[in-house]
Each structure stands twice: as C-alpha cells, then as structure tokens.
Design a protein around this ligand. Sequence first.
Ligand code: SAM
Length: 326
Amino acid sequence: MKQTLTDRYDRTIDYLRISVTDRCNLRCSYCVPPTPFAHMKHTDILSYEELIRLVRVGVSLGIRKVRLTGGEPFARKGLIDFIRELADLEGLEDLAVTTNGTLIADEIQTLKDAGLTRINISLDSLKPERFAKITGKDLFTEVKRTIRGALDAGLAPVKINTVLLDGVNGDEVEDFARLTFDHPVQIRFIEYMPIGKGSGPEHSDLQAPAITRRLEALGPLTRVLRSAYDGPAVRFKIEGAQGEIGLISPMTNHFCATCNRLRLTADGHLRPCLLSDTKVDLMEALRSGADNEALASLFRHAVAIKGKQHDLSGHTVNDMMSSIGG
Ligand code: SAM
C-alpha cells in the first residue's frame, strides 16, 4: 500500500522542493543583498548521493513530486546526470525544475530526454537592458532561447515566473500578459515576499488585486480549473489567448490551507514552510550514520511541526531565498 504523509491540519504532503545549491550566476536585486555575502561551504552541501538517498526516503513516505531549485540549479555541475537518476526513481511521478534559464538554452532536449517533466523559467523583464539591470547580467537572449526551446521540446506547461515591483518592472504587467495571446505559456505573477534580511524592498504595492484589475482591462478573464500538479497559482485566460496567467499571492491571499510542500535546503535542512525559519536538521543525522528509518522519522517530524499558516506580522524570514530554494 502507498504511504502518505499527512500533517496536523489534514494536508497531504507529497511535494518536495530541493535547493541543490545556494549559488546563482545572477544577482536579482530583490532576491540577494547588494553587498557581498557568504555562501555555503561545498563540504556543507548535500552530495548528489545524499540527495538521492533522502529523496528515496521521502518517496517511500509519500513524496510524489520533486522540484529542483536554488540558487540556480544549473550552476551546480552534474545536474543533468542527477536529473536522469531522479527520473528513474520508482514512485516519483513528477520531476520539475525552476531555473533562470540562462545556462541551458542548448540543453533543453537533453533535459527532456533525461526525464525532466516540466520547467519554470524566471524572467522579470521583457526589456533586455532592464533585465540586465535587475539581474546584473546581460543574458536576456539566453533566457528567450531557453523559453523557445522548452516550448519547441513540448516541456508543457512552460511557466514563466515574474516578480513585479513598483518602480522596477511594474509597468510590464500588460506586456507579459500579452505574450499569452500568441504563445502557450503560463505567465505567473508572484507577489514579492520579505525573505532574507537586506535582500529586497520591505514590500511592493504591486500585488494580486492591482494586477488583476490591470489584466481585466486587456479583455474578459476566464478562470481555469485546477489540474493535477497545479501549484498555488489562481489561473486565468484572457479571451482568445493561447496561454494562461497565474497569480501567486502568498501575501494578499495565502494558500497555506492547501500547502503540500516540504523544502530541503542545500545544506540538508527540511523546512516545513518557506515563510518561517523553522527547520529540521537532516544533515547531522545523515553524516553521523543514521539509517533510513531514522531519516524517515525526521521527515515525519518536519511534517508534524508544519504550521497552520505563515505569519509574517512583524518579521521577515532571516535565511535568504537562494539558500532556502525559491
Ligand atoms: N535561480 C532559479 C530561478 O531564477 O528561477 C531558482 C531560484 S529563484 C530563488 C526561484 C524563484 O524565486 C524565482 O522565480 C524568483 O523570482 C523568486 N523569488 C526570489 N526572491 C523572491 C522574493 N523575495 N519574493 C518572491 N519571489 C522571489
């Protein structure tokens, strides 16, 4: 019989997001601090062997979906071989990646052949110069090639993650939305979250309600029904569009009641919630010889202490997004 992980609030936890590295080749202004900061030591990062072992334990307990993120997952050497290995794990039904798309424009078919099911590509501006300003690198063309390649390879659905900030890229809501007229992409507007001390602005006024009003001006919006492996996005289609728009609103309308996730950080900690610094140390157990049952207990413990909902009143999350895994 298949095992399931269920928490105190009757949520089934079947989704593990893994940060494979806290390093990234970009420096997005809202994600990392402008001043130099320390990265995890290589020796403190889970090896691929350790990761596979932990995923096996997770799958034996009821994890069905894994997403690789970071930092930039493709900044870590050997990721494609790791994806191949993960894709072969019995019981794992869905394997996705969130990437900035700057390093893999020529690897899309290889990734698909390796067993990657889906891809989310982050892109915060359609203007090359602005892209370079936000990310610190002039790599807009590479991201565009990656998106094109993912669409051509049929890695459906191709999702584009966009964080909108007033005064930065807030004027691009309509331009992003119009992409869905001609392309079968899902544009996902993600509300800015206060994560990582000193990283981004305290808040952005450009949140889901204001974005929705601007989308409505482009044409009638129809709600798209949820499907398997749907994330937390509330999805819409503008009349006549090929693609969809998703609104992810952790700040204005949180989706904690349906949260099915655990996060594994690159240094081996399980976090029950992105927006809380609570974590369970798997690394210590793993490197001091714990057997699979002991590791399974730590997974169960992380699920048992998962809070009902996040609470950001009066504080931000200390750890940086790149180390938790966005
Ligand atoms: N490097 C990969 C990428 O760019 O997609 C994966 C890691 S990145 C941290 C994952 C996602 O988190 C990106 O879509 C990014 O825009 C988003 N993100 C980073 N900081 C954020 C914040 N403070 N609030 C909301 N989203 C954020």
